[in-house]
Ligand binder design. Structure first.
Ligand SMILES: [Zn+2]
Length: 130
C-alpha cells in the first residue's frame, strides 16, 4: 500500500484557515458564504472576494460536486490527478481525484468528498468518483 499511495505534505496553517483544518480533521469540508452578497467562496477568506465584505461565515459543504477540469500527472513517481471540482454549493476548488483509475476521470463526472491523510498535518479534501 505504501508504494502506491502518494505522500501528501501537511498543509500550511494560518489563523484564517484554522477552523477549516479543525473541521477537516473531523471529516467536514468547510466553505465560506458572505452574508452581504450571499455568494459562497473557496478557499476560505476573511473578506468576501466578490464584494469585499468581512461578513463571511463558515458553512459545511455537502461533499458532492462535478469535475470541472483535470490533469493527470503521469511523470510523477506515483501518477496522480489534479482537478478543479465544482461543489453543489457553487464554488470551484483545486483538489485531487483519488482512489480510482486515472484513465476513467471525465469532465462533468459526479464526485464525492474523501479526506486523505497528510504527513504530520490534518487530512486534506480530495474527491473520488461518486
Ligand atoms: Zn460578498
Amino acid at each position: 500500500m505504501a508504494a502506491t499511495e502518494r505522500k501528501i505534505p501537511a498543509p500550511p496553517a494560518s489563523p484564517e484557515t484554522k477552523e477549516f483544518w479543525d473541521e477537516a480533521a473531523r471529516g467536514t469540508l468547510m466553505i465560506k458564504r458572505c452574508r452581504a452578497c450571499t455568494q459562497a467562496h473557496y478557499y476560505p477568506r476573511a473578506f468576501c472576494p466578490f464584494c469585499g465584505s468581512d461578513a463571511t461565515e463558515w458553512q459545511a459543504a455537502g461533499g458532492s460536486g462535478v469535475v470541472y477540469s483535470y490533469s493527470v500527472m503521469r511523470r510523477a513517481e506515483i501518477p496522480y490527478a489534479i482537478a478543479y471540482v465544482t461543489l453543489d454549493e457553487g464554488v470551484t476548488m483545486m483538489t485531487n481525484i483519488v482512489d480510482c483509475d486515472l484513465d476513467q476521470i471525465r469532465v462533468g463526472q459526479r464526485v464525492r468528498l474523501v479526506f486523505k491523510p497528510t504527513e504530520g498535518g490534518p487530512p486534506v479534501p480530495a474527491f473520488t468518483p461518486a
